[in-house]
Design a protein around this ligand. Structure first.
Ligand code: KIV
Length: 276
């Protein structure tokens, strides 16, 4: 029998930074999915997902851009507000887009406050380690919980030279470990580990007191996150670490074809679907 338990087993309570810290201590696995609108937020909330991230992956999966770099703070706030309306239990994390914190801590705290005040986020996430330490400290000092994000950080795509696995080799691994420790030291309540070797994610998870949430980081993180379009099979291409749990893309395409056929043949709408 498996000894792995889940935080979502305790479904009646709202997820908080305190309950997530407890989950780490108890070895309960944490679940996080992205969402960008009310409908999917409500579905995932009812399904017992612990954290809903309004990710800046919005740029890729909703806006059709090649990178997350063009996403604006106003766009993030708009989508965060839509998602907030669908949640009763899950904790809402708003992603800080490129340009909303890189200038410095004052800009960072202003952006984070907007995500909370206008978007309804309960926490914010930002990418980076040692380089964003003052930003994390400043946002935490404003009483806003911060989730870190180290390893493959998509906003650094141009520095990395593509979306490449990070932390390979001794030097690379040491850099990611330093980043994760810095994020914790700065006061973050959790840290996403993206695109790093499983053994490195396992070591970081053991060394950190705060929960790690993995994506392309192997099985030993305290929790796992997926982009909802990958989970549901809505993308034409998915990276190899993604497990597709449904094929909604095929279902939607089939429904659209059936609709077109019935409209074209005059079968829809019939009497049952018309007002008398
Ligand atoms: O933007 C996003 O969706 C993310 C997750 C992949 C963690 O940052």
């Amino acid at each position: 029998m498996s000894t792995v338990t889940t935080a979502s087993a305790n479904r009646e309570h709202r997820v908080t930074v305190r309950s997530l810290a407890r989950s780490k201590k108890r070895g309960e696995r944490i679940t996080m999915l992205t969402a960008y609108d009310f409908t999917f937020a409500r579905i995932f909330d009812h399904a017992g997902i612990d954290l809903i991230l309004v990710g800046d992956s919005l740029g890729n999966v909703v806006q059709g851009a090649d990178t997350t770099l063009p996403v604006t703070l106003d766009e993030m706030i708009y989508h965060t507000r839509l998602v907030a309306r669908g949640l009763t239990r899950s904790m809402l994390v708003g992603d800080m887009p490129f340009g909303s914190y890189q200038v410095g801590p004052e800009d960072a705290v202003r952006s984070a406050i907007r995500l909370v005040k206008e978007g309804g986020a309960q926490a914010v996430k930002l990418e980076g380690g040692l380089n964003v330490l003052p930003c994390i400290e400043r946002i935490v000092a404003a009483e806003i919980p911060v989730m870190g994000h180290v390893g493959l950080t998509p906003q650094a795509v141009n520095r990395m030279g593509g979306f490449r696995v990070q932390g390979r080799g001794e030097k690379g691994a040491a850099r990611i470990i330093d980043d994760a420790l810095a994020v914790q030291e700065a006061g973050a309540f959790a840290c996403v580990l993206e695109g790093v070797p499983a053994a490195l994610a396992s070591e970081i998870t053991m060394r950190l007191d705060i929960p790690t949430i993995g994506i392309g980081a192997g099985p030993d993180c305290d929790g796992q996150v997926l982009v909802m379009h990958d989970l549901l099979g809505l993308n034409e291409w998915t990276p190899s670490f993604v497990k597709q749990f449904a094929n909604l893309g095929a279902v939607a395409s089939q429904a659209a074809r059936a609709f077109a056929e019935e409209v074209e043949s005059g079968k829809f709408p019939d009497e049952e679907h018309s007002y008398r």
